[in-house]
Structure formats: C-alpha cells, structure tokens
Design a protein around this ligand. Structure first.
Ligand code: PEP
Ligand code: MG
Length: 582
C-alpha cells in the first residue's frame, strides 16, 4: 500500500527510484575469545580489513578525482595515512596477541586508548584530531564485519545510480559524492532549506527533501519511491496511477526546461529595455562548466569555502591562486566575484583544524570576516591569491558577514597590506580590483549607506539576512516555517540596501537564494534590483521572467505591496501580481 510523507522540498524536480537507506551508525563491537591457534589468523583478518579500507579510499579517489575539489581528496589522503599508522596497527595486533581476542575488539580498545591520549592533550589542535581516528577505525570495523554497505563513499557508481537516498543527514561533501554516483534524489531526516547541502543540491539539480522525520525507520530498502522536490512530498510504494501521474509531471518539467534553453546566451533585458545583469553562483571552478550549460555569463558569487572545508590545513596561497585562476580561465573573460572564506556555522573545516572548544552558537560566533580578522595571516594569504588572480581578468572580491564599518575599514587595511606585499614580491595584480561587502546581517543593511561610501559594490545575502533578521536558524527544520523572505522587516532591509547603493552610485546585487526563486523576481525588479546572481539551474527561468517584465509598470504596484504589514497578505498579493503580469 502506498504511503505519503511530507518534508520540506529544498531542490525541485521529480525523482522516481528505489530507496537506498543509508545507515551509518557505528557497528556494535563485542569481545570474544579465540583459540590461541587462531591468533595469527585473526591478525591476518585485521590486516586484510585494513587493506580493504585502503583500496576503498583509493577507489573513491580515482572515481572522483576529476570532478571533486582537491580539498575533499586531501581529506581522503589523511585517512589513507592513518590506515598505515604504526601506533594504531601495531597496538591492535599486540592487543590481539595479548588478550587472545577478536580483531574488532582489539581495534576498538586501541582506538579508545588513542582517543583518550588525544583527549588528555593540552594542545587543542591535537586534541581534536581524534575525529579522524574514529572515522578511520569505523571504516576498518565495517570491513571486518563485511558491512561495506554502511558507508556511502564505499558504494560503487552502479550501486547508487538512479537510487533515492534516505539518510539522517548529509554533508556538502556527501552530496558531491552522491551526485558523482548519479543518484536520482535524496531525502534527509534533518536539515533546513538554506543549509549548504540544500543549496548544493539545487546547484547540482538533485531533487531533494529535508526534515522528513523518522524516514529511515519508515522507508524500507529498495522500496519504490517518488519524491517531489518542489512540494516536499515523498510517496512510498506508489500505485500505478500515481506513478504514471508523476511520470507525466516529470516529462512536462523536462519539456518546460527544454523550451527555456531557447534563451541561452540571449541578452537579459526587460520589455521596457532595461538591461539586467544576471550572473550565476558557484562553489568550485568546475561549476563554471554547469553554468555554461545554461548561459555564457559571469559569476556573482564564488563561495570559496569548498576549498577549506573537510580538511585540516588552510590551503596555501598558491593552491588558492591556482584554483581561482581555473575558475577565471573557464569563464573566458566573463566577470568573477570571489567571496572570501565564509567558514563557520554549517560550513566548517575539520574539527581537528579548529582551536578552542566548539562554539555554542556557531552561526553567531567566529564566522567569516570575524574569523579572518582574528587570523590575519590566513586572510592575507587569501587576499593575495585573489589579487594575483585579478591580473588576468575581471575579478572582484566580496567579503561576507560584515556587521560594522570597523570591519570594513580593517578589511580594507589588510587589502592594502596585501597589495604592498605583492608589490614587494614584484607580483602582478589589478590595483583597482573592485571590493564589495555582503549585506547579510540587519546591522549591515542599516549601515549600508556608510559601507557604500567605502566600497565598490554591495551584495545582499538573503539566506543569512533572513536568518538573522527573523532569528531563525537556517538549518533547523523545526523553525523553517518561520523563514519568510516576504516578512516586511526583511523587505525593508533589502529596500534600504538598494537605496543606499543607488544614492552612492554603486551596484547592489543579490546572491542569496531569494534571487533564484521565480516567485520573487518581479518583486525584486519592482524594488529596483538590477544585479541578480542565481543558481545555474534556475538562471533561464529567471531570465524568462525578466525578459517578459515591464519594470516601470511593475514599480508602482510593488511599492504599494511594500507598504503591507502581513507576510501572508504580501504573499497573496505577490502571487496575484505574478499571475497578472506573467
Ligand atoms: C547568503 O547568506 O545569502 C549567501 C549567499 O551566503 P551563504 O549562503 O553562503 O551563507
Ligand atoms: Mg551568507
């Protein structure tokens, strides 16, 4: 009998496929005595599992080498090194001999011992390296128990192809691996629409639903599923009529997308001949390829965090420079806006690379520019890498999470320092490279006029602006019902920012998800937004709306709408207006 579950649709599209339920709990380890004669056999069993784990990691590296950023493959390298670590291996073997026990138990005992040694260390950095040990040991344990299925990264391409993944949660790195393995879609029990995993899913065009509580208990492995990523609907074991209905919807959606391709590389210009800049958002240089499938345009937001997360060390200046140059080269002369690192909150480096205890409230903690100003040497490294890239084409630099003018001034001082260092090294850069700030904290929106005096452009990050204005954790599904871009307070802050840019004569773009949602395109045009930076796969749809809009005609009704006080009434009015002008 079919069953319907609801969650939050975070990446639209319809996927039909068999379930793959991802269990990643640690296998239970029990001790059992073995015959003395079996000791050598048990040691070989341990060594075979270790080699199997090594092969798995090497296979993953080979499979994904071309498409996944280097930072992810480097984290695989760290684990490969640990699989050969003498303390881990010899300690386990000694334990097998000494206690005449099974390999699983000996390995777990050695792991617990190592974790304790790390816990007792004074050095906070070394203390947190234990996470890597735990992951590596879990991998060997799974090989020992032949539970290879439990690890997402172990699965061969064909195994997951066309499947719908059901998981408790997925990291951005998991999402990249899954996309490479050609899954049809995914459903998670936790996560919100603005988590970076959700954003990545939209970027990669993977239909996805989050916040389906207990999905892992309810859905059986290999059950046939339908997911509707727009409506947030999951149907298990659909009957024939439902299946054919959704197959039809999937076909229509494909056709609609095909029609939009007629707009590829056409200008973005409204009916009343106002030119609008429509750029794409990327997470890594390879995403330019995806963007180019939709349009030969520039990048309004290059989130550089992918280079930093899931690794222990900050990338070197040269590694960063090479990566940014790759993105610039791929753009073939179109503009590239590189955002400096926004590490923190749900985009964290390996715990092992962080100093000090975990923040209680990371979204409000040492994130983005705050962290950069606290660690100026690392920030300078990134600024120099961006400046060096600017010698080769139209590069701008954008700084996230600015909250006050002091941060703007401190950042500008560091940029000057980086320029002086490059001059001394006789390395080329564009001395006039535009510098901008993201407006994603209410304080920044309210200070936009002072920011605008010192900067070349502003870019509204609505994902965070909404989170901080409405005090809703963007990755917490319990409160995502409150996440309303049409809350009048949010609209007011956007309006203030647009007006600040206009009176200072500098461009204001929007690169948050609100810009990628066709529901808001006419609203933003009517409010005076001229620069959109959107998800690649929504770009043509947004272009279609812009090219069919008469901005001067939209402005009066939108101004009227901005005077309304209730988010739901604003939404109803906007829906009607969209209908009228579509
Ligand atoms: C935003 O906050 O809107 C934004 C674009 O930045 P991120 O989603 O990376 O935090
Ligand atoms: Mg942000």
């Amino acid at each position: 009998m079919s069953l319907m579950l609801n969650g939050m649709g975070v990446s639209k599209g319809i996927a039909i496929g068999q379930a793959y339920v991802l269990y990643r709990e640690q296998p239970e380890v029990r001790e059992y005595a073995i015959a003395t004669l079996r000791v050598e056999h048990e040691i070989s069993r341990f060594n075979r599992a270790r080699q199997q784990a090594q092969h798995q990691l090497q296979d993953i590296k080979l499979q994904i080498a071309d498409e996944v950023p280097q930072d992810i493959t480097q984290f695989i390298d760290t684990h490969l090194l640990m699989l050969d670590d003498p303390v881990l291996c010899e300690g386990t073997i000694k334990h097998i001999r000494h206690r005449v026990c099974n390999a699983e138990w000996a390995l777990q005992a050695q792991c617990d011992r190592l974790v304790k040694v790390f816990d007792d260390m004074d050095d906070e950095y070394l203390k947190t390296r234990k996470d890597d040990i735990i992951h590596v040991v879990q991998r060997i344990q799974r090989c020992l128990t032949n539970d290879a299925d439990a690890d997402l990264a172990n699965d061969t391409k064909d195994h997951l192809k066309g499947r719908i993944i059901i998981a408790d949660d997925l990291t951005p790195a998991d999402t990249l691996l899954l996309q490479h393995q050609k899954i049809a879609g995914f459903v998670t029990e936790y996560g919100g629409p603005l988590s970076h995993t959700a954003i990545l899913a939209r970027n990669l065009g993977i239909p996805a639903i989050v916040g389906v509580h207990n999905a892992k208990q309810i859905i059986q492995a290999s059950e046939w599923l339908i997911i509707d990523g727009q409506r947030g609907m999951l149907i298990a074991e659909p009957d024939r009529r439902t299946l054919s209905h959704f197959r039809g919807l999937r076909k229509d959606e494909k056709q609609r997308r095909k029609n939009l391709f007629g707009l590829k590389n056409k200008p973005t210009i409204s009916k009343d001949k106002q030119e609008i800049k429509l750029f794409g958002n990327i997470d890594r240089p390879d995403d330019v390829r995806t963007l180019r499938q939709f349009d030969h345009t520039g990048v309004g937001l290059y989130r550089t965090e992918m280079l930093f997360i899931e690794r222990n060390e900050h990338p070197s200046e040269n590694e960063q420079y090479e990566t940014y140059r790759r993105a610039l080269r791929a753009l073939k002369g179109s503009p590239l806006t590189i955002r400096t690192e926004d590490i923190g909150a749900d985009k964290e480096m390996n715990r092992s690379s962080q100093h000090g205890p975990m923040a209680h409230n990371p979204a409000m903690g040492l994130r983005a520019i705050r962290r950069c100003l606290k660690e100026p040497d690392q920030f300078l490294r990134q600024i120099r890498a961006i400046l060096r890239t600017s010698a080769y084409g139209p590069v701008s630099m954008m700084i996230p999470m600015m909250t006050c003018i002091t941060e703007v001034e401190q950042a500008l001082e560091l940029i000057e320092q980086a320029k002086a260092q490059l001059k001394q090294r006789k390395q080329r850069f564009n001395p006039d490279m535009p510098i901008g700030a993201m407006i994603e904290v209410p304080a920044a929106a309210l200070s936009a006029h002072t920011f605008a005096e010192k900067l070349d452009f502003l870019s509204i990050g609505t994902n965070d602006l909404i989170q901080y204005t409405l005090a809703i954790d963007r990755i917490d599904d319990e409160v995502s019902y409150l996440y309303k871009p049409l809350n009048p307070a949010v609209l007011k802050l956007i309006d203030i920012t647009l007006k600040a840019g206009e009176s200072a004569g500098i461009p204001v773009s929007m690169c948050g998800e609100m810009a990628s949602d066709p529901l808001y395109t006419r609203l933003l045009l009517g409010m005076g937004l001229k620069y959109f930076s959107v998800q690649a796969n929504t770009l043509l749809e947004i272009k279609h709306i812009i090219n069919h809009s008469h901005i001067d005609q939209l402005t009066p009704p939108i101004r009227k709408l901005l005077k309304l006080t209730h988010p739901d009434i604003i939404e109803q009015e906007l829906l009607q207006l969209n209908k009228k002008y579509s």
